[in-house]
Design a protein around this ligand. Structure first.
Ligand SMILES: Nc1ncnc2c1ncn2[C@@H]1O[C@H](COP(=O)(O)OP(=O)(O)OP(=O)(O)O)[C@@H](O)[C@H]1O
Ligand SMILES: [Mg+2]
Length: 629
């Protein structure tokens, strides 16, 4: 278990304030590197212990108020009401904080309902003083908390609500997102918030990468499509202190998947093609410099699309701006991607060099790791087919299966397959034409942007357009995880079934998973190059008759039709095919084995990595054997 994974501990910055009757701080103590532990004393009362490395301070949590609105930014406030003291937590790894707050509120609620001892009873008991870290949340704690919640729920909630509560704990939801029968998922009709334990745990390999990251090493981790690289990255981001962690990706769409910004945006050196001195000057502009100096952990997703010279430039800029001779100026690098997917976009005829061919790559990357368990697909024969395509080995069996798929009827319930196109122009044309051809009035939804002058930057970072045009019958795709348990996930496919009445009536979308949902505008927030927060509020939808293969990189799709005749890039066919969850949800129109190409440089790089790792493993085994004898 990692520090803080039990919900009883935090590593963060703590400010303790003593307030006067009008709520102003009369005394303030700041502990930059505090360790906070949640525990119980000899009477089973809940104690918050704040450690500054020397003397711990303990706070008895009796009557308290929790302010948790900014928990995802690593901040919260615990206000002790009788004492009029507030403990402000900041720069805390957000996942650690979420679990801590959940543990605190559930255990506190249980303690309050358990008839605490009076002062007299405590005196009489005469127990020796003690402090023990609180036990991790168990399923039974959650169940009890849900029962308590239901007791105070408004009258009229039926038995059905209770049943849904249990389902929400993860016990009764049997259907996995990988099921390809698209069977309906039961909705939670009450929409009452339900408490549950985090259900989607990391597998062994993912946990090993996370622990290597937490050890502070510079890491490159790879794995084929759907092995959960981006899923893991989100957990890594949630496990690091937010002030010094920057999440980036090579493209805006990929950045959006992990809630980050583009690598170019972070770096602030344009395309990086200017001479080094000029790039260093650019990186020292206000706003940009602050990124470089405050960053201690830099995360890069979809590294396969980053060019080697750009990586080298960043490395040199980092050393210069941070005045450090260490590789990357001492920033911890957490890099991930699959080099057998899309390569960097080449300018002109020359093939762009991959990041692993950068001069500084070997100096920077200390640990290479690989995820091997595919999570996007469950059907082993489809997984094997994709693995063969990934390395460019198209056997007769693979060809036969893919050609056969062209006869499949994958449409269901009025939801057509999304066509993945090799060229962007085809995408726009297809979506526009199909929308025009539909009868009925057009409904237009305009985004609310935080800074309309920066519409281009916002466009590049948000998965939804400024203007969304819809009609009844429009084929759409969800662009945000709204409710994973009900199948409303990023990439889920649906069709517009109706609109609410009124000029700006919201769309009702029927999804392939069986749920029909009224969609409301959602908000996307990201940091711009100048360090300011930009946001867009818009419906989480995009037209889905067609999308480009480049834009689909990183996505999981329900129902896809692929035309591979005009494939022009190595890895492009693999990216397209590996978006599908299952062979039954895939139709390849015109398969020709010649379009499947794996880059020989990448194959060699991966072969070497494996050999090195095996050597490392062998010497480690030998070392262990020698120690035992
Ligand atoms: N430990 C896990 N528990 C549950 N679901 C997981 C886990 N790891 C990954 N998944 C799911 O598997 C699917 C694929 O994961 P993800 O998109 O992170 O893969 P990826 O390696 O980034 O793929 P790509 O190379 O295509 O970008 C997602 O639906 C994700 O939610
Ligand atoms: Mg990914």
């Amino acid at each position: 278990m990692f520090a803080g994974e039990d919900g009883a501990q935090l590593q963060c910055c703590v400010t303790v304030e003593k307030l006067n009757s009008s709520g102003q701080a009369t005394r303030r103590q700041v502990i930059r590197k505090a360790s906070v532990v949640l525990g119980r004393n000899e009477f089973q009362e809940i104690i918050l212990r704040v450690h500054d490395g020397k003397v711990p301070q303990s706070y008895h949590l009796k009557e308290m108020k929790l302010f948790t609105r900014f928990a995802r930014d690593g901040k919260c406030t615990i206000k002790l009401l009788p004492e009029n003291i507030q403990v402000l937590v900041s720069n805390c790894p957000p996942d650690q904080l979420s679990l801590f707050l959940k543990t605190l509120s559930i255990k506190h609620q249980a303690w309050k309902s358990s008839k605490p001892l009076s002062d007299r009873e405590k005196l009489k008991a005469g127990l020796p003083r003690s402090f023990e870290a609180i036990s991790p949340l168990q399923q039974k704690d959650i169940q009890k908390a849900n029962e308590l919640r239901n007791k105070v729920a408004p009258k009229g909630l039926s038995d059905r609500t209770n049943k849904m509560t249990v389902a929400g704990t993860g016990q009764q939801v049997k259907r996995s997102r990988n099921d390809c029968n698209f069977s309906p998922v039961k909705a939670n009709p009450s929409k009452k918030p339900i408490l549950s334990l985090p259900s989607r745990k990391l597998n062994k390999e993912q946990a090993a990468v996370l622990s290597a990251v937490l050890s502070g090493k510079n890491i490159f981790f790879t794995g084929s499509a759907g092995t959960g690289k981006s899923f893991l990255l989100k957990r890594i981001i949630g496990s690091l202190p937010p002030k010094s962690t920057f999440a980036t990706a090579s493209t805006g769409v990929a950045a959006c998947h992990i809630g980050g910004t583009t690598l170019h945006n972070f770096a602030g050196i344009g395309s990086g093609s200017a001479p080094l001195e000029q790039c260093i000057e650019l990186a020292q502009r206000p706003g940009v410099l602050q990124h470089w100096t405050s960053c201690r952990h830099l995360i890069i997703d979809e590294i396969s699309m980053v060019e080697a010279p750009f990586f080298d430039k960043l490395e040199a800029v980092a050393r210069s701006v941070r005045r450090s001779t260490e590789p990357f100026g001492g920033i911890q690098l957490i890099v991930c991607g699959d080099f057998l997917q899309l390569p960097p976009v080449s300018k002109g005829k020359e093939k762009a060099a991959f990041c692993f061919q950068a001069r500084s790559w070997r100096k920077v990357i200390q640990v290479n790791m690989e995820l091997t368990e595919v999570r996007r697909q469950t059907d082993q024969s489809f997984i094997s087919l994709l693995q063969a395509v990934r390395v460019g080995r198209v056997t007769e069996e693979v060809t036969a299966k893919l050609i056969e798929s062209s006869y499949q009827n994958i449409e269901r319930d009025g939801i057509l397959a999304t066509r993945l196109c090799t060229h962007k122009d085809d995408v726009e044309l297809t979506n526009e034409n199909k929308l025009q051809q539909l009868p009925g009035p057009m409904h237009v939804f305009e985004a609310l942007d935080s800074d309309p002058a920066l519409v281009k930057t916002i466009d590049a970072h948000s998965p939804v357009s400024r203007l969304i045009q819809l009609k009844v019958g429009a084929q759409v795709m969800l662009t945000k995880n709204l409710d994973v348990a009900r199948g409303l996930v990023n990439g889920a496919r649906g069709v517009v079934a109706a609109f609410e009445s009124g000029k700006h009536g919201l769309p009702h979308v029927r999804f392939l998973c069986g749920v029909t949902e009224v969609l409301k505008p959602e908000r996307w927030v990201f940091k711009s190059g100048g360090g300011i927060h930009l946001s867009r509020q818009q419906l989480p939808l995009k037209l889905a008759w067609a999308i480009s293969i480049h834009k689909s990189q990183g996505m999981t799709l329900d129902c896809v039709e692929i035309s591979l005749a005009r494939v022009f890039e190595r890895g492009q066919a693999y990216v397209a095919l590996s978006r599908a969850r299952c062979l039954q949800g895939l139709r390849v129109m015109d398969f020709d084995p010649r379009v499947v190409r794996a880059d020989p440089d990448v194959l060699l790089f991966y072969k070497k990595l494996r050999k090195e790792r095996m050597l490392m493993q062998a010497s480690m085994d030998e070392f262990l054997r020698n120690r035992q004898t």
